[in-house]
Design a binder for this molecule. Structure first.
Ligand SMILES: [Fe+2]
Length: 364
């Protein structure tokens, strides 16, 4: 299957300067009149950052033995409202940075169940960056993104940024009908991310929402005959195109890309739910099928996910919002629907890696 548009990971306003060797800093690109509210979070691209291949690590599933009453998470005075019946919740009155370990375990379970949860009025942006990273590190080893911008000195922090007057994407619709690009983050890694945190520093007044799709429900909707056939199949997820895209723009490639083979249907270690694990951003072909067969089956599955408005949720951003999703059972897409003319969109992602995807036998 032909590679699609690059996922959001590769789109963090990379300056299109073909100079491969220059250490680029967004703050210098903007100059002394920069209006950034959190300049220490502005992205930098350091070409001397080079990392060896990722080694396997032992992942601990925090949600597995968590108390399902959520008593250490949903503290007195907090409110939880569902965004849709099948996925997505919004919580007020909980300060994530103050959670006990029991509360964090319950957070992992709640996010596995609801797939994406938005927490409003959080203090992450006021904490030292290291403290925010330490919080996320409880959920798994930090993934260092191979191509994205990061705050200077913190390569583990993935920055999504589009500055005011950045016209990089204003021409997108000259060649594309939509910016929609469903993906699970860096699913090409051997141990792709699980519980993932993205928090907002600056956002447009309206626009720039993120769309999420519930891949467990996408699996559930399939007929028993198709479900049964998908079990045992594996797909190739490749990061080579993303790295190549960055190189072409003069961006960094901190670690050489890899491709991994993952089951088409994976099982979640905390909930036992099965979920489709394919996405437009990284999944290239199904192992053992001929090209036309693989292309047709992947197209069917990817169309099913992108057409499933009744198992998707759209999350709106406000400054001080932290959105937590489970990357193992969701796809998401950026929605580039706002003009760059007056608005900065600036978010920071903490991306703990999880287990190597595995499948359990089909159950009728
Ligand atoms: Fe993403």
């Amino acid at each position: 299957m032909a590679p699609s548009a690059q996922p959001d990971d590769a789109k963090s306003s990379l300056p299109s300067n073909p100079d491969h060797l220059k250490f680029k800093r967004q703050i210098e690109i903007e100059g002394p009149n920069s209006t950034a509210k959190d300049p220490h979070y502005l992205p930098t691209w350091n070409p001397t950052q080079k990392y060896p291949p990722l080694e396997p690590f032992e992942y601990v599933e925090r949600g597995k033995d968590a108390d399902p009453s959520f008593k250490d998470l949903l503290l007195e005075g907090s409110t939880l409202e569902d965004i849709t019946p099948s996925m997505g919740s919004e919580i007020h009155g909980v300060q994530l940075s103050k959670l006990t370990n029991a509360g964090k375990d319950q957070l992992a379970l709640l996010v596995a169940q609801r797939k994406v949860v938005a927490f409003r009025d959080q203090d992450f942006t006021e904490l030292p960056i290291k403290q925010a990273l330490d919080f996320g590190g409880y959920f798994g080893r930090h993934h260092i993104h191979p191509t994205s911008g990061s705050p200077e000195g913190y390569p583990e922090m993935h920055i999504v940024h589009r500055g005011p007057h950045d016209t990089t994407f204003d021409t997108l619709f000259e060649n594309r009908l939509t910016s929609t690009s469903w993906h699970s983050d860096v699913s090409n890694e051997k141990q792709p991310p699980g519980i993932t945190f993205l928090y907002a520093l600056e956002t447009p007044k309206v626009g720039g929402d993120t769309g999420f799709a519930n891949l467990a429900e996408a699996y559930n909707r399939l007929s028993p005959a198709i479900k049964e056939r998908l079990h045992g199949l594996e797909a190739v997820h490749s990061g080579f195109e993303q790295a190549e895209g960055s190189r072409k723009k003069g961006g960094v490639v901190r670690r050489e890309p890899v491709a991994s083979v993952h089951p088409l249907v994976r099982t979640h270690p905390a909930t036992g739910e099965k979920a489709l694990f394919v996405n437009t951003g990284f999944t290239r072909n199904i192992v053992g099928l001929k090209k036309e067969e693989s292309d047709a089956l992947l197209k069917f599955l990817l169309d099913h996910i992108s057409n499933g408005g009744d198992f998707q949720a759209r999350v709106s951003w406000k400054p001080r919002t932290v959105v937590v999703w489970d990357n193992r059972v969701t796809s998401h897409t950026a929605l580039l629907d706002w003009s760059s003319a007056a608005s900065r969109r600036h978010l920071a992602r903490i991306t703990p890696q999880a287990e190597q995807p595995y499948e359990t036998p089909y159950v009728k």
